[in-house]
Design a protein around this ligand. Structure first.
Ligand code: BGC
Length: 247
């Protein structure tokens, strides 16, 4: 079954047609820069453009980078504050005429990896952590998703959240070396270890390609690996969420 998968990110909105039986992209990937400001109307225009680019009529799965519940945005987060309370799937359906399943972007990346990638057939607690503009999380037990966790929002000190300390965007903003950034991530992964005792953490998002640059700073008692589908995990998992109607 083919489904259009879309991944809305802080810097780019990416789409491709996915064979949901194999996880393979059956089209090239198309990327539109995320509009600034990323208001609901501006993002909906990009979603329309992507649907038109692929001339798509059918189901669409969309990974979305904010806290959400059953397709409703709970906080605009790194996009724009006017997203608060917006029913995202209904907005995108109105813009395109297609049925949308909207899922958290890190849950989508995790779905791709537990189905086809690094988390496939791994028993126990598997967590996807996406490192990009923000920090996203996807929590799985024996391959089953517990949706909408927000472990990038764990507190590290004085009410500050880990996302503002250890996201890839913070590495760039503060011009951190990979060694310094790795030390921050080590603190974060140790916090996750204490709270959740993971069996495996899979790194997704833009930083999935950079794991080798900071891995030697990490000292935890579970393996940390890169997403096998790297930056495409979000698109593939969004299509899988639409197939399974996971929100
Ligand atoms: C949001 C998460 C999202 C993550 C990665 C965070 O700011 O709260 O929902 O998964 O960024 O995009």
């Amino acid at each position: 079954m083919e489904i259009l998968g879309i991944d809305v990110g802080g810097s780019g909105i990416k789409g491709a047609i996915i064979n949901t039986n194999t996880g393979v992209l059956t089209s090239e990937r198309h990327r539109i820069p995320t509009p600034v400001p990323a208001t609901p109307d501006a993002v909906a225009m990009c979603i329309k453009e992507l649907n038109e680019y692929f001339n798509w009529k059918g189901a669409v799965g969309c990974g979305f980078p904010t806290p959400q519940h059953h397709g409703k945005c709970l906080s605009g987060g790194n996009l724009h504050k006017t997203w608060d309370g917006v029913q995202i799937d209904a907005l995108f359906k109105a813009a395109t005429g297609n049925d949308f399943t909207v899922v958290n972007d890190a849950d989508a990346a995790g779905l791709a990896e537990v189905t086809f990638g690094a988390g496939n057939n791994v028993p126990g607690t598997v967590i996807t952590i996406t490192l990009g503009t923000g920090i996203g999380s996807g929590l799985f037990l024996d391959g089953k998703l517990l949706p909408n966790t927000e472990f990038g929002h764990l507190l590290y000190k004085n009410g500050d959240i880990y996302e503002k300390y250890a996201a890839d965007s913070i590495r760039k903003k503060e011009d951190l070396s990979y060694k310094s950034w790795g030390k921050r991530l080590n603190k974060y992964f140790n916090h996750l270890q204490l709270l959740l005792s993971p069996d495996l953490i899979i790194i997704g998002g833009g930083a999935s390609k950079k794991l080798h640059k900071f891995q030697d700073q990490i000292n935890v008692n579970f393996p940390i690996v890169a997403a096998e589908s790297q930056n495409n995990a979000g698109i593939i998992g969004a299509a899988l969420a639409a197939k399974e109607h996971i929100t």
